[in-house]
Design a protein around this ligand. Sequence first.
Ligand code: GAR
Length: 194
Amino acid sequence: MRVVILGSGRGSNAEAVLLAQQAGRLGGARVVAVFSDVADAPILKLGPRFGVPSGFVDPSPFRTKLDGEGEARFIAAVSGAGPDLVVLAGFMRVLKPAFLGAFAGRIINLHPSLLPSFPGLDAIGQALRRGVRITGCTVHHVTAEVDGGPIIDQAAVRIEAGETLESLEAKVHAAEHALLPEVIARLSGARPPG
Ligand code: GAR
């Protein structure tokens, strides 16, 4: 199962997936490319480090969505890698119908809350401010509804008394780093032969 990862930032989840692959824990999945919409995103350093093609794809002209010419450039770049699965690992743009249609049923997203609670931006901060005692992370299929597609799996994290944003972020990210590679490995096994 050929996997393309898209991300906009740090890339700690892409790194967790690549480390799992290196350790033989990614089942029948193999990361074939990493792309970013942010030219200097740390995620792009993973390419050379793990020997995986990686690159910036110009997302312009829009700021928060992937549409128009930028969307066409992403469709071309991702298609060129021949993916069976497109993984959004911290990709901070809203996908529109042309991209969703080009990879229909093959796009998954990682989100740092127990969806359907706390969709959108700053999900960890939202959970902390709301005072819930349990939050976590979710991997779900991507549909036109932002953070709304069918859930594949989740991991829970307990919010303790005195929890800070920093300590909660560390716990949620650790849960993500375990969950995402596990889900990808599982999906690779579920793929019909041929
Ligand atoms: C992760 O926490 C991921 O769940 C979140 O961005 C972070 C990326 O971290 N994604 C979203 O909020 C998407 N709505 P990383 O770049 O270190 O993997």
